[in-house]
Design a protein around this ligand. Structure first.
Ligand SMILES: *Cc1c(COP(=O)(O)O)cnc(C)c1O
Length: 385
């Protein structure tokens, strides 16, 4: 963890803040670029994981495309200089103005998640006097064996069009004159650590693609989404996710001819390069004997523990004490769920110590809020300290 090595320097910054290890980000990007090139796979970065300018600038250097979940994300990607033809836009609920904007930008594909959306994109494209490239986001009905808060591909989930519905309406879909259906898209969930789940996914995709082929669709690419998990438990053991093993599974199991294969990684690209650095405000013991450490961050900087019950490894980076104790680390917000973790073994901790909450580069800053009128956290980058 970077913070341990630069703890002295970190004392100079106002807490809480995100600390980004830019060297690790670069090594992660080198790995994903190198491993994907072996199979000619195309990688998009899911910008919702972290849309920090400095980070996006670095990601752009490595030639990744962008996966967006809103019109403003499309705008951000374009403003940051990403090629429109490397941008895809998914989302169950796109507003008319977001669709009009995306249509005008001529991005790689709008990934439609309902038949109504497909018909609307056709209508809005006609109004705009153009033909729009779209992909069908199909719900593959797969259990990704992850936290149920972040699975997206099971049959009753809100994401994607049901495959049955597509089959029932083939002729209506093919009659649309102002769209080109150029891709198939799916995304089964996030933080997937059991890679065999991707084998099932590939087998489903093979069947779907073969059927759509025989029905006369002309798909140029298959986008299998993101979801590769990271090691929240012991991030030091696996700072760079194992892209190679995911790619080799897909290479082995996916059989879609010579179509392009796309991935959309968020967490696996930026998750491990970010830490939330926070200062201990107070120690106290509850009437029941629970020892609390109250830190100056809260769910407003990092909502994942409060929202999903997710685990982040925490360490005291400034204490010199040999003795360790068990603490409950809580934040400042007026919410009982604002707890970062219970029973955390930390070096004996006192007011003023700095703690790191690790693996916070993805869905950390991008989910920050101003609840309680907290200021948004700032960012410190390793290449600038
Ligand atoms: C969120 C999302 C991703 C990225 O997911 P990660 O688990 O962060 O890799 C990719 N594709 C779509 C459609 C998404 O919604």
């Amino acid at each position: 963890m970077l913070s341990r090595h630069v703890a002295d320097k970190l004392q100079n910054y106002e807490t809480p803040f995100y600390l980004y290890d830019i060297d690790l980000l670069r090594r992660t990007l080198e790995s994903v670029v190198y491993e994907s090139a072996k199979h000619n796979y195309k990688v998009h970065y899911a910008i919702k994981a972290n849309y920090d300018d400095h980070i996006l600038g670095i990601i752009r250097e490595y030639g990744l495309g962008i996966d967006c979940a809103s019109g403003n994300e499309v705008r951000k990607a374009l403003e940051m200089g990403f090629d429109p033809k490397g941008i895809v836009y998914a989302g169950v609920g796109k507003r008319d103005k977001e669709l009009r904007y995306a249509i005008a930008q001529k991005i790689l594909a709008i990934n439609c998640e309902s038949l109504e959306e497909l018909f609307l994109v056709d209508e809005l494209s006609k109004e705009a006097g153009c033909k729009t490239d779209v992909a069908l986001r199909i719900n593959p009905d797969i259990d990704p064996k992850t936290n149920h808060c972040i699975d997206t591909g099971q049959a009753d989930s809100k994401f994607g069009i049901s495959y049955e519905e597509v089959l029932e309406r083939v002729s209506d879909i093919q009659a649309l004159e102002n769209i080109n259906i150029i891709g198939l898209h799916l995304h089964i969930g996030s933080q997937i650590r059991e890679l065999h789940v991707f084998e099932n996914m590939c087998e489903k995709v093979n069947v779907i693609v073969a059927n759509l082929d025989s029905l006369g669709f002309n798909l140029r690419f298959v986008d299998v989404g993101g979801g590769l998990g990271i090691n929240y438990d012991v991030p030091e053991n696996e700072p760079i996710p194992n892209f190679a093993s995911l790619f080799s599974i897909v290479n082995q199991y996916l059989s879609v001819g010579d179509r392009e294969v796309h991935f959309e990684f968020g967490r696996s690209i930026v998750g491990e390069c970010g830490e939330l650095i926070t200062k201990v405000l107070f120690n106290k013991t509850t009437a029941t004997g629970r020892r609390l450490v109250i830190v100056d961050a809260s769910m407003t900087e990092l909502v994942r523990p409060a929202m999903y019950g997710s685990y982040h490894n925490i360490e005291n980076i400034t204490s010199q004490e040999e003795l360790r104790s068990k603490y409950t680390v809580v934040g400042t917000a007026c919410e009982s769920t604002d707890v970062f973790d219970e029973n955390v073994s930390l070096r004996k901790t006192k007011r003023g110590d700095l703690l790191t909450i690790k693996s916070a580069g993805a869905y950390g800053m991008s989910m920050a809020s101003r609840y309680n009128l907290h200021d948004l956290p700032s960012a410190v980058y390793s290449d600038e300290i």
